[in-house]
Design a protein around this ligand. Structure first.
Ligand code: PLP
Length: 402
């Protein structure tokens, strides 16, 4: 699909969300339940026949609706639903789409929690999962069966930073009547998976979208039918499992979403600077914005101009001992925090194999190319990235890595 005229940032900017009292920030609806003037309207609302009526906040809440509408505008989808975590966005979507006996094909490289859900949890419901290298399209085709319901991937995979070819995956999915579901947590605004053919797009809003590391939240974007199905009072997975986002949080995330288009390019500029610096020192760095990245051409063909290549990069130091020493020193020198998660205004780093991908057995980690010395960095919004890189370089020198 041609993304030339699609701009996720202006889509958000163009939204005018009028508060009932004229506040420029929509007021927070601090209520779990809502009154009706007559019982008939309540019945009609339960049956899903009324527009604009709220009945109970596990179903819909005005504050959550404001945020969901803004996320849908950013993605270019008909609708969205916001959740209490990224994991609940992923698990509710998959459980909505799949029934006992169904089959999922997934990238083996995914966030560790997603991997654990697919590998350890779904078998309880007799949902089968095949794990593939998502860049190997033949291996995907080979795994397709009559029961395959979903192809699952991350636009930019965690932690290996492989780039998924969303248009090709979408055409494979369409050919076999399969749903393509994409986790776009690493690349909001940069990549718009639904515009490229994905049916369902999920986010951990805990990360770049909120950008403040003060809460956990998620989002599901899709067409009206899918979002309505999720919130159906009789059989909607989101309605019945109930991972509702607190409206206070919705309100603060919405305000942070409005600066995402400024933050993403700055994360990207800083990460590119660090990645180029590490590369020039002869180190094993992976960053989708480097020409050396195997899917550099691909990401360029998919991205929305002007938002950079994201804040995530990896550095492979060979052994976990050296990686640990380096991370300890980086934190002491004030380069950033030794912490999991990402998308924060400060730089965060951790050894993926020992933390956010520790759910993936070591043998699988090695097979997919996740080495024990791999450090994943989420580069922050530093105003003087040259100074930050000098700190990093000093640490590398002190440890005789360079
Ligand atoms: N998807 C990706 C790519 C992630 O990195 C994470 C968390 O690290 C999640 C989903 C899960 O999100 P949450 O922690 O908000 O539940």
């Amino acid at each position: 699909m041609n993304n030339e005229h699609f701009n996720p940032a202006t889509n958000i900017q163009d939204m005018l969300q009028f508060d009932e009292f004229g506040g420029v920030n929509p007021s927070v609806t601090d209520s779990s339940t809502f009154t009706f003037l007559d019982p008939e309207t309540m019945t009609e609302t339960f049956l899903g026949h009324t527009e604009g009526c709220f009945l109970y906040s596990r179903h819909w809440n005005p504050s959550n609706k404001y945020l969901a509408d803004a996320v849908a505008a950013m993605e270019g989808t008909q609708a969205a639903w916001v959740t209490a975590s990224g994991m609940s966005a992923i698990t509710c979507s998959l459980l909505q789409l799949c029934s006992s006996g169904d089959h999922i094909i997934t990238s083996v490289a995914t966030y560790g929690g997603t991997f654990a859900f697919l590998k350890n949890y779904l078998p309880k419901f007799n949902i089968k999962v095949s794990f593939v290298d998502i860049t190997d399209h033949n291996s995907i085709r080979k795994e397709i069966r009559p029961e395959t319901r979903v192809i699952y991937t991350e636009s930019v995979t965690n932690p290996l930073l492989q780039v998924s070819d969303i248009p090709v995956l979408a055409s494979i999915a369409r050919e076999y009547n399969i749903i393509l579901m994409v986790d776009n947590t690493f690349s909001p605004m940069i990549i718009s998976p639904a515009r490229l053919g994905a049916d369902v797009v999920v986010y951990s809003m805990t990360k770049f979208i909120n950008g403040k590391n003060d809460c956990v939240a998620g989002a599901i974007c899709g067409n009206n039918d899918f979002i309505c199905a999720l919130s159906n009072v009789n059989n909607g997975t989101a309605m019945l499992l109930g991972p509702v986002l607190d409206p206070m949080r919705s309100s603060s995330i919405l305000k942070n979403l409005h600066s995402l288009h400024i933050r993403m390019p700055q994360h990207g500029r800083n990460a590119l600077y660090i990645a180029k610096g590490l590369l020039s020192l002869g180190l094993k760095v992976t960053y989708p914005g480097l020409e050396e990245h195997p899917q550099y051409e691909l990401i360029n063909s998919m991205l929305n101009q002007g938002f950079g290549y994201g804040g995530m990069l990896t550095l492979d130091l060979g052994s976990s001992e050296i990686a640990n020493e380096f991370m300890r020193m980086l934190q002491m020198e004030g380069f950033g925090y030794l912490a999991v998660s990402l998308g924060y205004f400060k730089t965060l780093f951790s050894n993926s194999g020992k933390s956010t991908s520790s759910e993936v057995p070591e043998s699988v980690q090695r097979r997919m190319g996740l080495t024990e010395g791999l450090i994943r960095f989420s580069i922050g919004l530093d105003s003087d990235i040259e100074r930050s890189f000098m700190k990093m370089k000093e640490c590398l020198k002190k440890l005789h890595i360079i």
